[in-house]
Design a protein around this ligand. Sequence first.
Ligand SMILES: Nc1ncnc2c1ncn2[C@@H]1O[C@H](COP(=O)(O)OP(=O)(O)OP(=O)(O)O)[C@@H](O)[C@H]1O
Ligand SMILES: [Mg+2]
Length: 359
Amino acid sequence: MTNSVEIKNLDLSFGAVKVLQNLNLDIGEGEFLVLLGSSGCGKSTLLNCIAGLLEVTDGQIFIKGKNVTWAEPSERGIGMVFQSYALYPQMSVKGNLSFGLKNAKVPKDEIEKRVARAAEILQIEPLLDRKPGALSGGQRQRVAIGRALVRDVDVFLFDEPLSNLDAKLRVDLRVELKRLHNQLQNTMIYVTHDQVEAMTLADRIAVMKGGKIMQLGSPDEIYNQPRNLYVADFIGSPSMNFLEGRLEAGEFKVDDMVMPMNGYEFGAPQTADRPAIIGIRPEHVVTGELVRNAPLQFEVDVDLVEPMGSDTLVYAKLGKHSFRIRMDGQARVRDGEKISIGIDPSRASLFDKSTEDRL
Ligand SMILES: Nc1ncnc2c1ncn2[C@@H]1O[C@H](COP(=O)(O)OP(=O)(O)OP(=O)(O)O)[C@@H](O)[C@H]1O
Ligand SMILES: [Mg+2]
C-alpha cells in the first residue's frame, strides 16, 4: 500500500508546553484512520499540523510523497471539516458550497458540476437554495462535509464532525460517512473521543495519550489485543475488569484463586514470573449453561443488577474484587444471589504490573 500521508518525527510545542513529541505515523492511500483519545491528548493539534493550520516545531509532513511541512493549507490537497460547521449564515447552501471554488477562480461550469455532484452524494439537493439557519444540525453538517467534497481533494480531515449532533443523528451520519468513504475511497483522517465511532469507522485506530500514540492498529487488534493497560482500559464500555496478582509459571494468581493461562498467546515466548494484571472484558464472561464448558470457573456474589434492554450489566464481587459481567438481556439475576461464571484465558489480556505493557 502506498502512503498518502507520512508524519515523521513531528514535534509541536506551544511555548514551553510540548504537545506532540517525536510522533511518527504513516497513513495509507484510501485508508480511514481515526485519531482517538481523551480530551487534551493532542488529536486536534495533530490534525491541524497536517492541515497546515499550525506551524510545526520540528519534523516533517508528506502528502502524496510531497514534503508539505511548510506549504500553505490551500496547497496541500486537503479538505477539512470541523466540529462547528462554520457556514456563512447569509449565503444559501449553494453559495456556501461554491464560495471557496469561486475564490480559487475555478470556472463557473466546473463549479456547477462539482456542487451538483456533492449535493447528490450527500442528498442535500432540495436544500441548495436554503440558508443555513433553515437547516437542521445534521443537514448543516452535511453541507460542511459538502464544502470539503467540492474541493476534490486527496485527503479529508475531520475534527469531531458529529459531536454537536444528537445521539440518533450521530449514528445516521456515521453510517453515511462510512458509505461516503466506501464510495469515494479517499484517505480520511478522523478525530474523535467516541470509541464507538472509532471502532465502526476506522480501518486503523491510533489511540493517543499525552501527545503520543499508545497503539496503532485495526479495531480488532485494539479491542482484542490492547498493547498496554491504558488502551485496554480506554476501549470497551463498560471497561475491562482488572485484577492485580502474580504471573507464576504460566499461571495467574490472585489471592487464593489460580488461573492457568492455557490458550493465552504470550507476546514473548517465555515470560518470567512477575507481578501482573489480568484484564477480562465484562462481555467475555459466560454464565448459565455455558459455564460448564469454560476453561476457568468461579463463583461471584451479585451486588447490583442493571437491566439495559438488549443486555444486563451485573456488578459482582469475585473474592474481594469488584467484577462486572455483561449478560444477555433475558438473563434473570437478582441482587445478593451467588452465580457461577466462566472465563476463557485465551480472551483475556495480561499486563506487566510495572511497565503496564501486554505480556
Ligand atoms: N494555542 C495553544 N496554546 C497553548 N496550549 C495549547 C494551545 N492549543 C492547544 N493547547 C494544549 O495542547 C493540548 C492538546 O490540545 P488539543 O486541542 O490537540 O487536544 P484534543 O485531543 O483535540 O482535545 P479535545 O478532545 O478536547 O478536542 C492541550 O493540553 C491544550 O491545552
Ligand atoms: Mg480537539
